[in-house]
Write a protein of this length. Structure first.
Length: 322
């Protein structure tokens, strides 16, 4: 099956649910988690500004300073659709002064630097309380606490969480994308806290006292790994292969992902395969696994698609494994 081209159409919040309308967010976060979070925040109505460093020396004109724009222009374009961008060299006094002006009219700052780098820029939570007391900080880091200074990336955090079982790379950047969701959730948290009763000075409906939240990609990976920790996705778990109605099978011209987990779906699957359903334990019997393997092997993808619609069975046909 050909991969589906990415689209932003599925991501924006409904027009009536734009809870961040009027909220100004400035982001210094590069690569994937920060921009992915900013994309979601913009879809919720926030006014988003992305600050990027200058492009590498000798790079072609209009080269983004964010590495994502240099190694995957398509992803970069989608991530930044509708996002205002500005290039600033924060290693210069002029760049820092320009950033300070932007922060003075922002409600939330989103970063993805190590804590030591934030301190050098005068952007740690403590420093911001003195220079921009109204501003909330959402800081994306690799790992919490002292480990935030250690190098790491999506793959290492997934490996730590037990989500890299073999030699193959994971099919997507789970920790980065889950971290983006946690970061956008953190922005919603600080905005709710800023809007809570009890603040004195107000600016645009937002309380003047900012908040600070740290989002760790390692914790995002650990959150994704909870079903594994609980045993749900381990080999003996119901969604780890033990339940014959929740597996990927070979079919005559490809594969089929079957998710007939609930009893009524399991019964429908057994009827289609002419297997007597006695109870939920039927789907855990070795004989059921064998019979479903034979059943699917004799079915084409077209026949299975028709079966899914006719018999109300949750399944998705796939092409041959690559």
């Amino acid at each position: 099956m050909n991969p589906v081209a990415p689209t932003t159409a599925a991501f924006p919040a409904a027009p009536s649910l734009r809870p961040l309308r009027g909220v100004r967010i400035t982001s210094l976060a590069l690569n994937l988690p920060g921009p992915a979070a900013l994309m979601r925040l913009a879809s919720m109505g926030a006014r988003c500004l992305k600050i990027e460093p200058p492009a590498p020396p000798g790079a072609p004109a209009d080269t983004p300073g964010d590495p994502m724009g240099q190694y995957n222009a398509g992803a970069y374009a989608q991530l930044h659709a509708g996002i205002r961008r500005r290039t600033l060299d924060l290693k210069t006094e002029a760049g820092q002064a320009a950033l300070a002006r932007e922060l003075a009219r922002s409600d939330v700052l989103l970063t993805s630097f190590r804590p030591s780098a934030l301190r050098k820029l005068g952007l740690s939570a403590g420093q911001l309380r003195r220079t921009h007391p109204h501003l909330s900080l959402v800081a994306i880091v690799g790992a919490p606490g002292a480990r935030a200074e250690a190098p790491g990336h999506d793959l290492t955090y997934l490996a730590e969480a037990g989500l890299v079982p073999g030699l193959e790379l994971p099919p997507t950047l789970f920790a980065d994308m889950a971290g983006a969701l946690l970061a956008s959730e953190a922005v919603l948290q600080v905005v709710l806290a800023q809007r809570a009763p009890g603040g004195t000075a107000q600016r645009g409906g937002m309380a003047r006292r900012g908040r600070s939240v740290e989002v760790a990609l390692s914790e995002a990976a650990a959150w994704l790994a909870l079903p594994l920790r609980w045993g749900l996705t381990q080999r003996q778990g119901a969604v780890g292969g033990a339940h014959a109605g929740y597996r990927v099978y070979a079919c005559a011209d490809g594969r089929v992902a079957v998710a007939a987990l609930e009893p009524h779906f399991a019964q429908a699957l057994c009827r289609a395969a002419q297997i007597e359903y006695r109870s939920l334990s039927t789907l855990f019997a070795p004989e059921t696994h064998e019979r479903l393997t034979r059943f699917f092997a004799g079915q084409t993808r077209a026949a299975l698609d028709a079966l899914a619609e006719h018999a109300d069975i949750p399944l998705q046909t796939l092409g041959e494994a690559e």
